[in-house]
Design a protein around this ligand. Sequence first.
Ligand code: FE2
Length: 334
Amino acid sequence: MNESSQGGGHANESFRFVQLSDLHLSSIGVPNPFNLLNKRILGYLSWLRKRRHTHQRWVLDLALRTIQELEIDHFAITGDLTHIGLKHEFIQAREWLELLSDPFNITVIPGNHDLYVNEKWDCSFKYWENYLLDNDESKHGQFKSDDALTRLNQIYPVTRVRNNTVFIAINSVFDAPWFRATGHIHERQLSRLRNLLNQEELQKYCKVLLIHHPVTLTDTPKRKSLLNYEIFNTFLQQHPVDLILHGHGHHSSTDNISINTNKQIPVIGMSSSSSISQEHGYQAEFLIFEVNKDQDAWNINKQSYTLDINERRFIPGDIKNFITAPVCKAPTSV
Ligand SMILES: [Fe+2]
């Protein structure tokens, strides 16, 4: 970790972070049958048949060894660390997170697999609190619901300022019906996000929005889509951020949301960081982002490291550059 990662608010420095996603790193093993008397039975069967073969721990370990050789300030993990969100899977994921770095340097958001069914907070996301929550300890006591989904929708959006960047984490998961992996952003979250993005203090940072589900429908089947994506797109037109990162699709994608003739928000989706798929666009990857202030704009470089399964190494791709100009003034409310 660079020294600059130890404190927030250095708006003129360079900041490098890595995005990992859809790790599915846990092993379900032999679960208690009572835990499968719900939608989880589908996820368990899918894990038995396919997912435990597709998502391999050695791929993730190789990614980590490669990342450790790069100068990285922060890890952003865009959900789906588990398969069906059982308590022992949350514990396994936390043990893995502890190998990475200090919780200050890791931001995790929930994926739909992590809330496969609505669970008690103390049996699920409680194990990841240090990675999910912001630094304002005084706020956390007010979230008392023992229901995981209610609590997530109370907590989010979460902001974490690191160096010249503010990560704005959104919860898009809910207890979707059987055979659906859809997402939804709760109205109260949007209302809090609006207030947040209007804060003058936030305007000096590069605003990186982290969400598990894609915010556009490009390449996303309906059964995996963000249900209120149109509302959210309209919201973003009026309250733009500088970069949107998501996972969920298990494939690489680059899209954008056009704000005006000067400004587009890059929308980056990535494949799973643990997959052994050799299909083009679906190979395991991790993404390195470097954020620099360039006069009144943000200059963002993105580089994908993709798994070459034959050589058993992650190979760096070309650097892609995004300039999000001009840095917006705080917009007025809708
Ligand atoms: Fe997902």
